[in-house]
Structure formats: structure tokens, C-alpha cells
Design a protein around this ligand. Structure first.
Ligand code: SAH
Length: 384
């Protein structure tokens, strides 16, 4: 009996050892090749980027390493408040923990492919985000206002094809991960040696089609222990994906919200925005009213002005009617692209249109759209 027990325990230990060895191998080695009777062990797994993880994710990681929970907060602050770019910078973490962590995790900033500077101070960046995938972000400083905005992308290309937008002409290649969304902010800030005061999700893509990653990133940007940007300094814009707007309302998200209205006529809006086929203007306006009622704040309507398409007295009247029915403000943007032979409205045309919609009594803003000479202005992000 005794012998048997001994034998068993020996066996258990033996198999435990084998199992541990196997686990060690699995951890370290991703590919085992036998070439000319030689064994090659190759590590292929990429380490996980800590950028893009929120406090909850980091807590799970530190627990795995049997570290106290507060370590997660230290990593969170290091990443997003102190903007560390290397694990070695975490002087508040032990060497042992850092070395264990570095086996599977890293801090990886985005790689910049192109960097263009415009005379008006705007800078455009093209980043690699995986094989044959690139996205753009734009740094927009407004000197006299001390406002420094980064316009970031949420997708590689876009599945929508708004007729006036250059991004819609690119092939859609996928959603960006939080590491790539937050990564744009970190890398732009590093390259301009400055910090953003405002973030707009108005780059490439439709934020509501990448809802979870966009909202997760927005919360990291907002968190007081991270980027600490006020919720009103983070604007998320949609072409009118009503299901996303409803989710945003349901979750009572605190961020600024903008809808790219772009036409006030329910039939003609479809001709320039194909999203209107699925979510017609009436449904979109219902969602906008629900937004302002439930969340108790204004919504922004963006309106890209295209002469002969969506300007003129009739369209202005319809826009006034819409504006009166929703607690909103209106952002007017002269069109920046010349597809279909379109032209930018003259300053005079813009003023006329503005005066026509003034009677709605809602705040109307003329959106500056800097960065045209580097194709960095609204609707011009198409990797050129
Ligand atoms: N898909 C989202 C976010 C990206 S576009 C959305 O549609 O809201 C960001 C803003 O730029 C939108 O308001 C859009 O209407 C505007 N825009 C697109 N193309 C433009 C162009 N050619 N000129 C001026 N503004 C444009």
C-alpha cells in the first residue's frame, strides 16, 4: 500500500513536472519546426499592447501576477497621465514584476508613415495599423483660443459612402482597436511635443460602427487619472447610425455628440448619404429628440454646405424647421471636396445661408476647416 502510494506520488510529481514544462513551452514558443533533424523554436506571438486597456483590464492582469490591485492604477496613470512609452519608466513597480510583465506585455506606440505640415499650423499624420492598413489623424491648434484639437479615426476606411467624403471612396479594411485609437492621440502628442485640449472622432470611419472601442477609448481620454479631458471636450460624430445613437443614450454617455445632418430634405438626403436608406431622416430626428430629452443637453448638427445641392431658401427653411424641433446647435462647414464638379460656397453664399437659418434661434457656428493644403480638412482624409 505504502509502496503504491509512493509510486503514485512519484508519478503525480513526474506528470506535474511534464505539465509545467509543457506550459512553459506553450508560453514561450509559438512555432516548433523540425528542419534537417534540428529543432527550431520560434516565438511568434506579439506581446499585448498595454495601450488601450482600461483600469478593469489592467486589474485583471495584475491579479494574474499576484500583485495587489492598486498596481493597476499605477500602470493606468503611467500610461495615460504620464504618457510613458517604455515599461522601464515605471519606477514605482518592482524590477521583478516589470520583467515578468514584459514577457507578455509591452507599450507600443503607433508607427508614423507620413507627417505633413500646413501653413495654418495644422499637421496631418498617417499611421500604420497592421499590414497594408493606414489611418490618419490631424493636429489642429487654434492659437488665440488655446484650443488644440486632435481629430482621430475610428476605422480603416468606411463602409458608408457619403458622396462628398473622400474617406468613403477608400476600401473598408476594418475597425480600429482601442490601442490604435488612443495610440493616435499618444503619438500625435509625442510628435508635436504638446498635449491636446480637445478630441474629435471625426477622422476616417463611422464611430457608431465601432461603438465599443470608440466608447472605451473616450472613457480613457475622459478619466481623471488618465488623459483627464472633460466630457465636453470629447466629441463623437455620426453620419446618422440610429442604433448607435440609441445605445449612446441608453448608456447615458457624457460626451459631446454630433450628427452629420448635411441635408434638410428627407428625399434628397438619401442622394448624398447612403446611411439615410437604412436610417431615414425622420427616424434620425426622433433619435436626436430622444437624445436631448433623455440626456438633457444639446446635440450638434453638422451641415456640409454644397452649393446647388443642399443650400438655398427651400433647404434653409427645412433646416429651420428641424432646428426648431430639436434642442440643437448647428455647425456649418463649407464642402472641401470637388467630386461631381461641386464647388465650395463663396463667403457671401455662406453668409446668406447663415442668415436664412438664423430665425431658428439656435446657435450657429461656422466651422473652420483648416489643413486643406495637406488634405487634412474635414472629409479629405483618404491617405493622400
Ligand atoms: N462618419 C462620421 C465622422 C467622420 S466625418 C460622420 O459622418 O459624422 C466628420 C465630419 O466631416 C462630418 O460632419 C462630415 O459630414 C464632414 N465632412 C465629410 N466630408 C466633408 C467634406 N468634403 N467637406 C467638409 N466636411 C466634410
Amino acid at each position: 500500500m505504502f509502496v503504491e502510494f509512493q509510486h503514485l506520488s512519484l508519478e503525480v510529481n513526474f506528470w506535474n513536472e511534464v505539465f509545467n514544462l509543457f506550459k512553459f513551452f506553450l508560453n514561450k514558443v509559438d512555432n516548433i519546426l523540425l528542419i534537417n533533424s534540428k529543432l527550431y523554436l520560434k516565438r511568434m506571438t506579439l506581446k499585448q499592447n498595454l495601450i488601450g486597456l482600461n483600469l478593469g483590464d489592467l486589474e485583471k492582469i495584475v491579479i494574474e501576477f499576484s500583485e495587489p490591485k492598486f498596481r493597476a492604477k499605477q500602470i493606468f496613470e503611467g500610461l495615460y497621465q504620464k504618457r510613458y512609452s517604455k515599461l522601464e519608466q515605471f519606477s514605482n513597480l518592482s524590477k521583478k514584476f516589470l520583467s515578468e510583465l514584459s514577457e507578455n506585455y509591452e507599450i507600443k506606440f503607433l508607427e508614423v508613415n507620413k507627417h505633413l505640415k500646413s501653413k495654418d499650423g495644422t499637421e496631418k499624420f498617417t499611421f500604420f495599423v497592421g499590414e497594408e492598413k493606414e489611418v490618419e489623424a490631424v493636429w489642429i491648434p487654434v492659437g488665440d483660443e488655446e484650443r488644440k484639437t486632435i481629430c482621430i479615426s475610428s476605422q480603416v476606411g468606411c463602409t458608408l459612402s457619403c458622396a462628398f467624403c473622400a474617406t468613403g471612396r477608400l476600401d473598408f479594411k476594418g475597425n480600429l482597436k482601442p490601442s490604435e485609437i488612443i495610440g493616435q492621440v499618444l503619438k500625435v502628442e509625442e510628435l508635436v511635443s504638446d498635449k491636446a485640449t480637445n478630441i474629435v472622432f471625426m477622422g476616417m470611419g463611422e464611430p457608431m460602427h465601432n461603438y465599443n472601442s470608440v466608447i472605451k477609448s473616450a472613457h480613457i481620454l475622459h478619466d481623471k487619472d488618465a488623459f483627464n479631458l472633460g466630457a465636453k471636450r470629447i466629441t463623437i460624430s455620426t453620419a446618422g447610425v440610429v442604433t448607435g445613437i440609441e445605445k449612446f443614450i441608453e448608456n447615458k454617455e457624457p460626451f459631446n455628440f454630433a450628427i452629420s445632418l448635411n441635408h434638410s430634405d428627407k428625399e434628397k438626403r438619401k442622394t448624398i448619404m447612403n446611411v439615410d436608406e437604412k436610417f431615414p431622416l425622420e427616424t434620425l430626428l426622433l433619435a436626436a429628440r430622444n437624445f436631448t430629452k433623455t440626456l438633457g443637453r444639446k446635440i450638434t448638427f453638422e451641415y456640409v454646405m454644397i452649393p446647388e445641392i443642399n443650400m438655398g431658401t427651400e433647404n434653409a427653411k427645412k433646416l429651420v424647421k428641424i432646428a426648431r424641433s430639436v434642442n440643437c446647435k448647428i455647425n456649418l462647414i463649407p464642402v472641401n471636396t470637388d467630386f461631381h464638379g461641386w464647388r465650395r460656397p463663396t463667403d457671401e453664399e455662406v453668409e446668406i445661408f447663415k442668415s436664412q437659418i438664423k430665425e431658428s434661434n439656435v446657435p450657429i457656428m461656422n466651422r473652420r476647416s483648416p489643413g486643406k493644403e495637406i488634405n487634412g480638412a474635414c472629409g479629405m482624409l483618404a491617405l493622400s
